[in-house]
Write a protein that binds this ligand. Structure first.
Ligand code: CAO
Length: 479
């Protein structure tokens, strides 16, 4: 043994000497020092395994997933796509309430559930049952992160206070979504649209002459889940240094506000005068005290609007978003056959155009209406004019390039058959996502009790008759 080790050491010394002399020769020959390898900063040597074969990003991380509905499940599904082992804890006999919401196939888990819970395992545990609490505590000791989005106070009422969890497992990260942060509304239950309204999105969305509007993108639920994900990964990284877990909190109001931060920017700009990039400026409509709804105006410095394309009378999605980006203004004038606008002082510069945006877009629309949205896109792309076709969900579902990148994935399911889901929108070159179907309710209860928690077969049989993991057997045991 010692001999072998010495042998290796000897070989290493020889190799090191050879490397040094090679460096010397190189320096003498080229007159330049050889490029120095980057310092290791305590990291292991770069893997020599092929890309995508060195394990997935979050491999080895265990998530106790106590989430339901949308915000929490979005977060844990992303962690699962990144390779974490996500153990979804559900109430026996019922499960996540979304399993039954908006059902399209009788008797099968809804798409609402299946599209938010892929690549996870499901265990049923009654968290209010004595034995159920014991199982949960074992899970707390085994897992790295507990993620939850119950109503405020619900986790505490289960006996899983931060103090108790931290005592059971000081390394555990406890991540929560709540509707509001500490303050007057902290005890409120919150759903998507409440967050969109309280986070400033609804008041700034829609048309000036209409009511506030909520958006179809679930920025309150999925947006907050995404924020929570980043909090968790950061806490896992910090734990490498500190050895201890921490609480991670994302309030849905905060998440929405973060996504609507450009509107808080505009609120402050209002103090210094009207906002010229809002089309109401050009239309001579005075600004009030708060940021107005801006219709389809672009949120940045490059004016844009949604314009009709050929067939708009029949197809509600036959539109294109068109941006009159300053550097390509001359190309736009050329395309829409208004060459004199290139030099006309009323049109040639961005400030001159601002008060005329509505009529400029009306003119561009006369051109876009002669083509389909895809033809407009093709014509504009030749000149680097930024524009985007308004794609329907049907078109997105059928788009081959989204299938090729794994952004839209078809998975099979034992009770509902094949369904489409959105895969991992975040692509890692060394950690390909493994998108699997959602689990059936309690599908992995036995394997988690046995393989993760170490219960013996006899104990599992006892647990199953105790009512801690199965509503049906609980009734049978009571009969
Ligand atoms: N075993 C036994 N009981 C369980 C259980 C289990 N495995 N899992 C959950 N429960 C219980 C909870 O303990 C809680 O009971 P108590 O109120 O008696 O303590 C109860 O189920 C319901 O929890 P809840 O209040 O969170 O659920 P709700 O349907 O009434 O409210 C929601 C839903 C979303 C409004 C609320 O959870 C909430 O505000 N969450 C935070 C914000 C959030 O995430 N909103 C987004 C929702 S959509 O994505």
């Amino acid at each position: 043994m010692t001999k072998a080790r010495n042998g290796k050491k000897g070989r290493k010394t020889v190799k090191a000497a050879a490397r040094k002399s090679a460096e010397k020769v190189f320096r003498l020959k080229s007159g330049k020092p050889a490029a120095k390898a980057a310092p290791s900063n305590g990291l292991p040597r770069p893997s020599s395994k092929p890309w995508g074969k060195a394990g997935r990003a979050l491999e080895g991380v265990k998530i106790l997933d106590f989430t339901h509905v949308q915000s929490g499940p979005t977060c844990t599904q992303l962690l699962a796509f990144m390779g974490a082992d996500v153990i979804k804890v559900e109430r026996p006999g019922i499960g996540d309430v979304t399993r039954m919401q908006l059902r399209d196939v009788k008797g099968a888990d809804s798409l609402y559930f299946t599209m938010l819970n892929g690549s996870k395992r499901s265990i049923t545990i009654d968290s209010k049952h004595r034995k159920g609490k014991e199982i949960l505590e074992r899970l707390v000791k085994k897992c790295d992160v507990l993620v939850e989005n119950f109503a405020p106070g619900a986790l505490d009422r289960m006996g899983l206070t931060w103090e108790h969890i931290h005592k059971l497992n000081p390394r555990m990260i406890v991540a929560s979504v709540k509707g509001f942060g500490p303050g007057p509304y902290e005890d409120c239950k919150v759903y998507e649209n409440v967050a969109q309204c309280a986070g400033g999105s609804a008041s700034t969305t829609g048309f000036r002459d209409g009511p506030p509007l909520v958006t179809g993108a679930q920025i309150g639920d999925s947006g907050t889940g995404l924020h929570l994900c980043l909090g968790i990964v950061s806490a896992l990284y910090q734990r490498v240094r500190t050895g201890r877990g921490q609480k991670v909190l994302c309030a849905m109001q905060d998440g929405v506000l973060n996504l609507a931060r450009v509107k808080l920017r505009d609120q402050q700009r209002l103090k210094h005068g009207p906002l010229p990039e809002y089309s109401q400026y050009g239309e001579g409509v005075p600004f009030g005290k708060a940021v107005p709804r801006a219709g389809n105006d672009s949120g940045g410095g490059q004016p844009g609007w949604i314009l009709k394309c050929k067939g708009w009378e029949q197809d509600p999605d036959s539109y294109v978003y068109f941006i009159t980006q300053a550097p390509v203004w001359e190309a736009i004038c050329h395309l829409i056959a208004k060459p004199h606008w290139k030099t006309d002082p009323d049109y040639a510069t961005p400030p001159a155009r601002l008060p005329r945006l509505r009529s400029i877009f009306d003119t561009i629309e006369q051109w876009t209406m002669t083509m389909t949205k895809f033809e407009v896109m093709e014509a504009c792309n030749k000149f680097d004019i930024p524009c985007g076709p308004i794609l329907s969900m049907k078109e997105i579902a059928e788009e081959p390039s989204l299938r090729e990148t794994g952004t839209v994935v078809e998975v099979d399911h034992p009770t509902r058959g094949a369904y489409l889901t959105v895969g991992n929108p975040i692509k890692l070159s060394d950690s390909p996502a493994d998108v699997r179907r959602s689990p059936l309710l309690g599908e992995h209860t036995d394997e988690i009790l046995r393989d993760v928690l170490g219960y013996a077969d006899r104990e599992i049989a006892e647990i199953k008759t105790s009512g801690a993991v199965s509503a049906a057997e609980k009734k049978a045991a009571a009969a």
